[in-house]
Design a protein around this ligand. Structure first.
Ligand code: PRX
Length: 648
């Protein structure tokens, strides 16, 4: 990491105190309360988390809250628990039995409401279906579905019988599905014929068929009929969801699982070509998801809560499914695109269901700004009381627009920093406590001890850019990378001695507020989603025409970061046709989310004498910036001159 890469130029002095009307009703409502909780979490983590864990249902109470030290920690050992039971059964003995758990809207406008009792019944039935298909406690099941209630049903059904789910976002390609199936050795995959996205069908079953040519462990396929499109069904392998559900019992006891039983694997990009299978376990993860939902989203019984993330990402796991359901909340789910049939769709949904808490991503906010104020202005957004942001740094102007146009200057904004690996929100304002500053995720939540350090682990002073680390274990942290514990230790615990580090640069200002400055490794953040430059490079060099490729990010108005690929061909010059072909090729290998924004053909890449590609220079070119800093290690200066010429 070079020091210049984490210079911060952001100067933001605006500050917004929580409105008094919000404070008076908030779950955590005073600075003293926060400080006292935070201090206890730091001084006595076992006591702090142990007390909170009593809010979950345990078949058997734990013997020990926390065992071991980072990287190898275990939480609530000896405890027996089930995530599905906590999200469903325990609400059925209360008035919540007939409360809406999920209010779902499909992109074409169809709707469904499932009460807690409905959801429980469907989950029990599908758990029985899984058992009938041969799934046992400890097996892995892949879920590759659109954002429809069946996804929540399937994940909770897996959790009910102790099968570990691996959810793959519907935007990933057949090849990506095959890789993940193989890595997890999944036994069953649950999919749909297709899903709706901007009026078009996403061909999920077709991708599964292709993926299964390369993933031999998968024995059975369950297919939800969503779009009604024609799909191929292979006898004795493929089954329709509805057929299987038609004759199973709705009784299925939740299995009493060890607290450390693996609840799910979620694949995410690291700085190599191979995605990492982040493993989360049951008791600790659930506790993190539940408590942070309550603290950060200030959830109340009568809230209508909408997190726009797809369940295929960690945000959806923790804040569409486990967190809010564990709290007995009403969750809005919307299948499709924000601009379908027009750019008012999200605001229409908020007005229609009287959404009170709304959690979305900066990339969406930037798109809304571009589409124009007249869209939100047409709708009644007065039901909103709290807004959230996640996935990437929110630029202060987008924050201000969100505050003004959507929150009517009345709703606190919680800018939540966390990661697939952390399982739950780590840094965020508490909406009834923390004065916010546009662009800062402010302070650590209770139970989180963070620091900004140099590579030796020394704490840095105010406004010095460094590495954001977590110094103390927390219950919802990942336990390992599936099948590769060594990579887990190496990736997260070797950069800074004794600390968890997962790749972000940050600084703390004079008030102790944290400002995330972005990744310091070769990971891109495209529209709030992580992609490794190496993954895209591997995809490119797998194309027959490509000799070498270097991929860098560049600032992009909507997506935050765009993907720029510098490509050297085996022979000949590039053409527009080849450019299109390469773009398609990357989409096929990884998925639409990795679609390159720019392909630039170059006879050579800028390298050091030892052969290392000088990405810093490529980043400057991609961003249209002058290169500052040292180029003396460059082997062939003319390469840069040629790239610059192309620019003109
Ligand atoms: O760089 C940080 C950025 O997203 C990364 C984590 O990506 P992922 O595991 O896909 O999870 C995204 C949703 C939790 C982080 O390393 N990031 C996430 N939230 C923020 C953020 N950067 C700045 N501010 C945030 N609020």
């Amino acid at each position: 990491m070079s020091s210049e890469s984490i210079q911060s130029t952001l100067q933001e002095t605006r500050s917004f105190a929580p409105p008094a009307s919000f404070v008076s009703q908030a779950n955590i409502s005073s600075v003293e309360q926060y400080q006292q909780m935070w201090q206890r979490g730091k001084d006595d983590p076992a006591g702090f988390w142990g007390d909170l864990a009593a809010e979950l249902h345990w078949f058997r109470k734990w013997d020990t809250v926390l065992e071991g030290e980072m990287p190898n920690t275990k939480w609530f050992t000896g405890g027996k628990i089930n995530a599905s039971f906590n999200c469903l059964d325990r609400h059925l003995t209360t008035w919540r039995k007939n409360k809406a758990a999920i209010i779902w809207e499909g992109e074409p406008g169809d709707t469904r409401v499932l009460t807690y009792q409905d959801l429980h019944r469907e989950v029990c039935k599908f758990a029985n279906v899984l058992k009938r298909l041969g799934v046992r406690t400890g097996d892995r099941v892949t879920l590759y579905l659109p954002l429809i209630p069946e996804l929540t049903i399937a994940m909770l059904a897996c959790a009910r019988i102790g099968a570990t789910h691996s959810i793959i976002f519907g935007g990933f390609s057949a090849d990506a599905v095959a890789d993940r199936n193989n890595d997890a050795e999944a036994k069953v995959i649950v999919t749909a014929d297709g899903g709706w996205r901007r009026g078009k069908e996403v061909l999920l079953k077709q991708a599964v068929d292709e993926s299964l040519k390369k993933s031999p462990t998968v024995q059975k396929v369950v297919v939800v009929r969503r779009t009604g499109m024609q799909v191929h069904m292979m006898p004795d392998r493929d089954y329709w969801w509805n057929d299987l559900m038609s004759d199973v019992s709705a009784d299925c006891d939740a299995v009493e699982l060890d607290s450390e039983h693996p609840l799910f694997i979620l694949y995410t990009s690291g700085s190599t070509g191979k995605p990492k299978g982040v493993v989360h376990t049951t008791g600790g993860y659930l506790l993190g998801a539940m408590m942070t939902s309550k603290w950060v989203f200030d959830l109340k019984e009568d809230d209508t809560y909408w997190c726009t993330a797809d369940i295929g990402w960690i945000t959806g796991h923790s804040y569409v499914a486990y967190g809010p359901l564990c709290n007995g909340s009403t969750v809005v789910m919307y299948e499709g695109a924000p601009n379908w049939p027009d750019e008012g769709r999200f605001w229409d949904i908020i007005e229609k269901y009287r959404v009170s808490v709304f959690y979305t991503a900066p990339t969406a906010i930037r798109a809304f700004i571009k589409w124009g104020d007249h869209w939100p202005a047409k709708y009644d957004l007065s039901s909103l009381r709290l807004l959230g942001s996640v996935g990437e740094p929110i630029n202060p102007e987008a924050w201000m627009w969100y505050h003004r146009m959507i929150g009517a200057e009345r709703c606190p904004i919680v800018d939540t920093w966390w990661q697939t690996e952390t399982g739950a929100i780590m840094l965020s304002p508490l909406p009834g406590v923390t004065p916010t500053k546009p662009g800062s995720c402010t302070q650590p939540l209770p139970g989180v001890v963070c620091d900004i350090v140099d590579k030796e682990g020394n704490s840095l002073g105010p406004n010095e850019g460094g590495l954001l680390v977590l110094r103390q274990p927390w219950p919802s942290m990942l336990r390992t990378l599936y099948g590769d514990h060594e990579r887990f230790v190496q990736t997260y615990f070797s950069t800074v001695p004794g600390c968890y580090f997962a790749g972000d640069g940050a600084r703390k200002d004079e008030d102790g507020y944290v400002w995330i400055m972005g990744r310091v490794d070769d990971v891109l953040n495209v529209a709030g989603h992580r992609l490794s430059t190496m993954e895209v490079e591997s995809a490119l060099v797998a194309h027959e025409a490509v000799a070498e490729a270097a991929v860098v990010g560049f600032p992009h108005d909507i997506k935050g970061e765009g993907i720029c690929c510098f490509v050297t061909l085996k022979s000949g010059d590039g053409s527009e046709a080849l450019e299109r072909d390469l773009i398609q090729h990357v989409r096929k290998q990884i998925g639409a989310l990795a679609t390159p924004d720019k392909i630039r053909f170059t006879p050579a890449l800028p390298k050091t004498r030892s052969g290392k590609i000088m990405r810093r220079l490529l980043r400057d070119i991609a961003a249209g910036r002058e290169s500052v800093g040292d180029t003396t290690t460059l082997e062939d200066l003319s390469v840069m001159a040629k790239l610059r010429e192309q620019e003109e």
